[in-house]
Design a protein around this ligand. Structure first.
Ligand SMILES: [Zn+2]
Length: 195
């Protein structure tokens, strides 16, 4: 969806914009005036990890659950785990940090690198764009991705990467199309942001 057809969380409104007016996530590197939306900046991501800052809006995340957008592979794995009543563990760490619920609902609809299953960042936990039989089978339940709440997360900062691991799914909102979370985002914003 076009970013200006989705209501923008207040903290996202404060982000710098690219030339189209598109808000630039906190962890996105810049080359001069050009944000590199497909990439994750090491230093910015490390700052977010150390400060418990949202990877979209760069504002402190309160204690409690955190959210992220996952692709089709991980969404299917979570759906399977939940259906079987076993805990899901993101054993393969990912470069993608957590964020606020509203920020991740927003990002799931407007960020092409999150919303399109084949446009994922190359080094994420489910960076493969090949549709294996496993993914196709799980896709009916897992959709093309999901906004997922986790009770907790851990991070590790290596010399070249900031890696995140997420623990205990507390909310699972799979989507098949990019605009599916619009009502959820509107409800979230109405609850948290008095107009
Ligand atoms: Zn945020």
């Amino acid at each position: 969806m076009r970013f200006d057809s989705v209501p923008m969380p207040q903290a996202v409104q404060a982000r710098p914009r690219d030339t189209r007016g598109y808000p630039v996530p906190a962890i996105t590197p810049w080359t001069g005036e050009e944000p590199q939306f497909a990439l994750t900046d090491y230093g910015r991501s490390a700052d977010c990890a150390r400060g418990r800052l949202c990877s979209v809006c760069n504002v402190l995340m309160p204690k409690g659950p955190v959210w992220r957008v996952v692709g089709a592979t991980e969404s299917a794995a979570i759906a399977e785990a939940l259906a079987e009543g076993r805990p899901y563990r993101n054993m393969a760490p990912t470069l993608e940090g957590p964020g606020h619920r509203a920020c991740m609902l927003y990002a799931s609809m407007v960020c092409p690198y999150l919303a399109r299953p084949n446009a994922r960042r190359g080094l994420s936990a489910d960076g493969s764009s090949e549709l294996t039989a496993h993914v196709v089978r799980g896709a009916a339940r897992g959709g093309t991705g999901a906004v997922v709440g986790f009770a907790d997360y851990e991070f590790g900062i290596t010399a070249s990467q900031v890696l995140f691991r997420f623990l205990d799914v507390v909310e699972f909102l799979p989507h098949a199309a990019a605009d599916e979370h619009l009502a959820e985002l509107e409800a979230e914003l109405a609850q948290r942001q008095p107009r």
